[in-house]
Design a binder for this molecule. Structure first.
Ligand code: F6P
Length: 467
């Protein structure tokens, strides 16, 4: 049986208690690992003053996990620094927040090289290698330099910005050269694919034929959209289970006859959380009859708390929250409930089902799986309404959501009002169409179609045939 080698910054080892909240990628790869023998390589999440150049091996079922520790300087430069202070804001169109440092970039390249050195020794000739996300763009180039000729695919989970935006980042041309070393590059939307192909043509001088690009050294790569999906059936089942968790019971009890609006996001500036709170404030100001009748629950687990921009965001969000609750709240009714705890998926599924409105308004997002999970969790006979940002990749598929521009608080406030007043027939009709979209393109479709495309790859490059 061929082996699937997955490489990602974070590695999700199954939780033996079964209680933990499995990450999106772990859910996505579950089925793929049933069809292949598996090796999952990446960062252990640990920092050590003397990290070993060899990974620590952990075996679970048919998957072997190979885990690398990072030195404190590596975590700082590679993860906090270049990946999350330079690449992340650039790719989310937040140039004002993008902080480039040569030391961070050198650290990013160094960690990619050390991962390639460790992984290169474990690769077998017919392994299919699938690398994930922006932390690891140079990995294929580093593996190629070691003589690895296997098929290597890359999936980019976040947006790929317009070439004019990506081009502002020092090192961008080198990264584009590196990405062209993959055999297949998957992105979330057709727009992302178009942006990336244009950048490779303009900056690397590749020639393009449809989705296929050929670089000056003869290497061929393909750049295509593979919108990531969710495990629709699994999530539906979770949402249908009777609520047993204290949090869900307390939420239900606190609502009485109130409508619940829900937002669930990592605490990240790309998610538009303070902007969303202000849109809800606008809604309450414009619709005073709704005061006391609607509650907005925002769940926002703290994220990347060593990165200064996230510390500022946390402060700004708390300030916005305090101001709104202070000015509009009344004894017995708090307009916005805000929690920074990460809840298990089963709790989120129950909460989505009881929420009349799912408010998913990122300023920019690769896909946004919360939007899809909210749809999957609904009761078909009395579904809620999804309000969705036009800048989330999911908006390309969920066209029956109420699509909004998150930069316009008035527009979002009006959509909240429309969602609350929407009649049952219209809610059912919109939900039915959105449900079909997420069922047709679920997570099994995503993993299987990417891997099929990568396994069928026949465009052996001149460079590789010379090796
Ligand atoms: O999808 C983007 C992403 O960076 C994933 O790679 C990651 O698992 C998730 O967001 C959470 O971010 P972090 O790993 O920095 O906590």
């Amino acid at each position: 049986m061929p082996r699937l080698v997955v490489v990602s910054n974070r590695v999700a080892i199954p939780d033996p208690t079964g209680k933990g909240s499995a990450g999106g990628l772990a859910v996505a790869l579950k089925e793929a690992f049933q069809a292949y023998q598996g090796l999952w390589f990446g960062w252990s999440g640990r920092v050590s003053s003397h990290p070993s150049p060899e990974p620590k091996m952990v075996d679970k079922g048919n998957v072997h996990y190979a885990l690398m520790d990072l030195a404190p300087i590596d975590r700082q430069e590679y993860y906090n620094g270049f990946a999350n202070r330079a690449l992340w804001p650039n790719m989310h169109y937040r140039l004002g927040l993008s902080e480039f440092s040569r030391a961070d970039y050198a650290g990013y390249l160094r960690v990619n090289r050390s991962f390639a050195n460790a992984l290169g020794q474990m690769i077998r000739p017919d392994d299919l290698i699938w690398v994930h996300d922006y932390h690891l763009i140079p990995l294929a180039a580093e593996l190629r330099a070691l003589g690895v000729t296997n098929r290597i695919g890359y999936f980019h989970h976040i947006p790929w910005p317009a070439p004019e935006v990506f081009g502002t980042l020092p090192g961008s041309r080198e990264l584009l050269r590196a990405i062209a070393d993959y055999d297949l590059v998957g992105v979330q939307t057709d727009l992302d694919a178009d942006n990336l192909r244009r950048a490779i043509v303009q900056e690397v001088g590749a020639t393009q034929q449809g989705v296929e690009l050929t670089t000056a050294n003869g290497h061929q790569t393909r750049v295509k959209g593979f919108p990531i999906g969710i495990d629709v059936k699994g999530f539906q089942q979770l949402a249908r289970r009777p609520p047993t968790h204290r949090i869900v019971k307390q939420t239900l009890a606190s609502l009485v006859s109130r409508n619940l609006i829900i937002g669930v996001d990592r605490l990240d500036y790309s998610k538009g959380i303070p902007e969303r709170m202000e849109a809800f404030e606008r809604f309450l100001v414009a619709n005073p009859d709704q005061r006391g009748h609607v509650t907005f629950l925002q769940i926002a687990p703290t994220s990347r708390s060593e990165v200064p921009e996230y510390v500022s965001l946390s402060r700004a969000t708390s300030e916005t929250l305090g101001r709104i609750n202070g000015s509009l709240g009344e004894p017995g009714w708090v307009p916005i409930h805000y929690v920074t705890t990460a809840y298990p998926r089963s709790v989120l599924a129950n909460l989505y089902r009881i929420a009349r409105v799912g408010l998913v308004t990122p300023m920019r997002d690769g896909m946004n799986l919360v939007a899809k999970e909210y749809v999957a969790a609904q009761d078909p006979e009395d579904p809620g309404v999804l309000v969705l940002s036009k800048f989330a990749g999911a908006a390309q598929q969920l066209t029956d959501a109420l699509i909004v521009n998150p930069n316009d608080k008035f527009e979002v406030a009006e959509a909240i009002r429309d969602a609350i007043h929407m009649d049952r027939d219209e809610r059912k009709e919109r939900w039915r169409r959105m449900m079909k979209a997420i069922q047709d393109y679920d997570v099994s479709w995503w993993a299987a179609s990417f891997l099929k495309d990568l396994s069928d790859y026949r465009g052996m490059s001149k460079v590789r045939s010379r090796i």
